[in-house]
Design a binder for this molecule. Structure first.
Ligand SMILES: Nc1ncnc2c1ncn2[C@@H]1O[C@H](COP(=O)(O)OP(=O)(O)OP(=O)(O)O)[C@@H](O)[C@H]1O
Ligand SMILES: [Mg+2]
Length: 325
C-alpha cells in the first residue's frame, strides 16, 4: 500500500528526513514513534502530498505521491496534529465544507457524514458549533472529515494527544473499527502502551531515519532484553526458605537448574513465580517448557510477558536526548 524509498527532506541546510525506507502493507495499522523532532510529521505530510520532498520516492497504492499531489489527496485522509479554528461553523457544515473541497455533492456528503458521525460517536452533535466541542470530540470529528472521500490510507498525527482516558479509549475503538474495515492507517503518538496495543506494525524513527520497523511482536522481541517468561509451579511453596512442608522447592537449586537451560540469561525467584530473561525464540521457549516438565516440575503457568514499547523506545533512541537539532 505504501512504499517509501530513500526519502529525504531538508529544510535549508537541515536534514529532517534522511534516506528513509518504509513499507506498509494494505490493512496494517502502523504506529509511528520517535522523539520530538524525529521527522514524523514531515514524513506524514509528504505521504499526504502536502509537502514537497527533497528526494526519493513515495508510492501510495501504486500512485507516485511526489508527482501527483492531487491524485494522492483523493487516496489519503489526513488528520493533522492541530484542529484549526472554524468560527461559526456547525458540525454538519464542517463536514460539508470538507466534502465540497473534494468536489462532492451536498446530498452525498450529508448521507456519508451521517454514517461517519455515527462511527465517531458524534451523531448527537450535528447541529452544534464546532468550536464548542471538547478536544476529544474535535479529534474524532477530524477523523470523520478525513474519511469523507473514502480514502484508502488514513494518516493521523498524534490524534490522542491531550485526550482523557475515556476519549483515548473511544479513539482507539474508532481506529480499530477502521482497521477491521480494511483501511490502512498510519498513526503517530507518544502514548506508547496504547500504540503497541492497537497497531499491527510499528516503526521507530530518530533523527530522520528509521531505527527499526516491522510487525509489533518482531519489533518488540528485537530489544536487548529478549523475552521475559513467567513460570508458575503448582508446588512452588510460600516461603523463601521454608522447605519443611515438603511442597516447597529449594529456590537456589531451582534457580541453578533453570540457569543451566539453553537461552536462559537470568533467573529470578519472586514471591509466587519464577521470572526468566530468555534470549531464544518461541520454539526455544517451548523446548524450555518441555524440559521442565520432563524434569518433573509441576508447571501450572508459563507465559511470555508482553514487551513494553516504552522500554524498547528508550533503549533504541537513548543516545541523544530529545530534539533533533
Ligand atoms: N517548516 C520547517 N522549517 C524548518 N524546519 C522544520 C520545519 N518543519 C519541521 N522542521 C524541523 O524538522 C525536524 C522534524 O520535525 P517534525 O515536525 O517532522 O518532527 P516530529 O517527529 O513530528 O516531532 P514531534 O514528535 O515533536 O511532533 C525538526 O527538527 C523541526 O524543527
Ligand atoms: Mg510531529
Amino acid at each position: 500500500m505504501l512504499d517509501i524509498q530513500n526519502l529525504t527532506k531538508s529544510y535549508g541546510q537541515f536534514l529532517a528526513v534522511n534516506n528513509l525506507n518504509l513499507h506498509i502493507d494494505k490493512g496494517e495499522i502502523f504506529g509511528f514513534v520517535g522523539p520530538n523532532g524525529a521527522g514524523k510529521t514531515t514524513t506524514m505530510k509528504i505521504v499526504c502530498g502536502l509537502l514537497a520532498a527533497s528526494g526519493g520516492s513515495v508510492m501510495v497504492d501504486g500512485v507516485d505521491a511526489l508527482n501527483n499531489p492531487d491524485e494522492i489527496k483523493r487516496k489519503v485522509g489526513y488528520v493533522p496534529d492541530f484542529f484549526g479554528v472554524y468560527d461559526n461553523l456547525k458540525v454538519m457544515e464542517y463536514m460539508e465544507f470538507f466534502g465540497s473541497m473534494y468536489g462532492m455533492k451536498k446530498a452525498d456528503v450529508d448521507s456519508i457524514s451521517e454514517g461517519l458521525l455515527e462511527l465517531v460517536n458524534l451523531s448527537d452533535k450535528k447541529d452544534v458549533f464546532v468550536d464548542t466541542l471538547s478536544r476529544g470530540m474535535k479529534q474524532r470529528l477530524c477523523v470523520a472529515r478525513a474519511l469523507i472521500h473514502n480514502p484508502e490510507l488514513l494518516v493521523l498525527d498524534e490524534p490522542n494527544s491531550g485526550l482523557d482516558p475515556r476519549a483515548r479509549f473511544e479513539m482507539k475503538e474508532v481506529l480499530k473499527n477502521l482497521g477491521s474495515m480494511g483501511k490502512t492507517i498510519i498513526i503517530s503518538s507518544h502514548i506508547l502502551p496504547e500504540l503497541s496495543e492497537m497497531c499491527t506494525s510499528i516503526g521507530i524513527m530518530e533523527r530522520g531515519q528509521l531505527v527499526t520497523s516491522g510487525h509489533v511482536d518482531d519489533v518488540m522481541n528485537s530489544g536487548n532484553g529478549g523475552m521475559k517468561l513467567h513460570i508458575r509451579l503448582a508446588d512452588y511453596g510460600s516461603g523463601e526458605d521454608d522447605v519443611s512442608d515438603g511442597k516447597t522447592y529449594d529456590r537456589e537449586e531451582l534457580q541453578r537448574t533453570l540457569s543451566e537451560q539453553p537461552n536462559v540469561r537470568k533467573v529470578q525467584c519472586t514471591e509466587d513465580e519464577v521470572l526468566v530473561s530468555f534470549g531464544g525464540d518461541e520454539t526455544a521457549a517451548a523446548a524450555l517448557l518441555k524440559s521442565l516438565i520432563l524434569k518433573g516440575y509441576a508447571v501450572s503457568g508459563f507465559y511470555k510477558e508482553k514487551e513494553d514499547l516504552e522500554t524498547l523506545f528508550l533503549e533504541l533512541t537513548g543516545n541523544h536526548g530529545g530534539d533533533n537539532e
